[in-house]
Design a binder for this molecule. Structure first.
Ligand SMILES: Nc1ncnc2c1ncn2[C@@H]1O[C@H](COP(=O)(O)OP(=O)(O)OP(=O)(O)O)[C@@H](O)[C@H]1O
Ligand SMILES: [Mg+2]
Length: 232
């Protein structure tokens, strides 16, 4: 469904992403795990069309995305929830969700997508009229994910949803992601938190210094404690 091949991203002379390949198949949750500065967000931005790769290709549902601008990728069924959440802090929860649905252009579908978001994160329904910027960190992350779902994506790409959150909230996010898989949403989960990622993903790519170092089933990664220590 989503394929990244030979992706290289340079910032001037600095090589941030070095010949990365990864693949996400329909219905899967795939993890991309790496430390600070490993190149994760650069890959996410290239997938979302927010930066142009120096080299390589990104294919989504059999189309080459090279010439497809960011907003058109959303229409194709790709939704990227950026690191730092990308909310509109002065807008209410409901208004934020509506911003996520502009590509739908259909009232009934927009309403259904919003209800699905409230079902996934009931706290958002309670806070429907509250300004996004006044939510707690965990609630803001939930809102960001719900916003990302408003365009009815086939694939959801999440950049570090656990960042800065308490373990209990991270657990809630993990449960929501598993629920989404049950609804048929394919997910690329990009994280520093290896424990969370192993608990929800089927397969994991480990990235360090811009390169994929390892790719394996989550249970195999979980059974390599030295690797987990190294990542956390
Ligand atoms: N616009 C930029 N200009 C120059 N260097 C950049 C730019 N964006 C990122 N980098 C560098 O590229 C490397 C990879 O950054 P990136 O944000 O992709 O990492 P990351 O894995 O997402 O890290 P984090 O976990 O901190 O979010 C880092 O060394 C970073 O300093
Ligand atoms: Mg990042």
């Amino acid at each position: 469904m989503l394929e990244v091949s030979n992706l290289t991203v340079r910032y001037g002379p600095f090589l941030a992403v070095d010949n990365v390949g990864l693949r996400v198949t329909e219905g899967e949750i795939v993890g991309l795990v790496g430390a600070n500065g490993a190149g994760k967000s650069s890959i996410v931005k290239a997938i979302g069309g927010l930066i142009a790769p120096t080299q390589g290709a990104i294919t989504f549902r059999d189309s080459d995305l090279a010439a497809v601008p960011s907003h058109a990728r959303i229409r194709l069924g790709m939704s990227v929830v950026p690191e730092g959440r990308g909310l509109f802090p002065r807008m209410s929860v409901e208004e934020n969700l509506l911003m996520g649905s502009y590509s739908l252009d259909d009232k009934a579908r927009t309403h259904a997508a919003m209800e699905a978001g409230f079902q996934l994160f009931p706290i958002l329904a309670e806070r429907r009229w509250q300004a996004g910027g006044t939510l707690s960190g965990g609630q803001q992350q939930m809102l960001a994910i719900a916003m990302g779902l408003m365009s009815e994506p086939k694939v959801l790409v999440l950049d570090e949803p656990s960042l800065g959150l308490a373990p209990i909230v991270i657990g809630e996010i993990g449960r929501a992601l598993k629920q989404l898989r049950g609804r048929g949403v394919t997910i690329l989960l990009v994280e520093q938190n290896a424990k969370l990622t192993c608990s929800v993903a089927d397969r994991i790519y480990i990235i360090a210094n811009g390169r994929i170092e390892r790719h394996d089933a989550s249970d195999k990664i979980l059974s390599s404690p030295e690797l987990l220590d190294h990542l956390m």
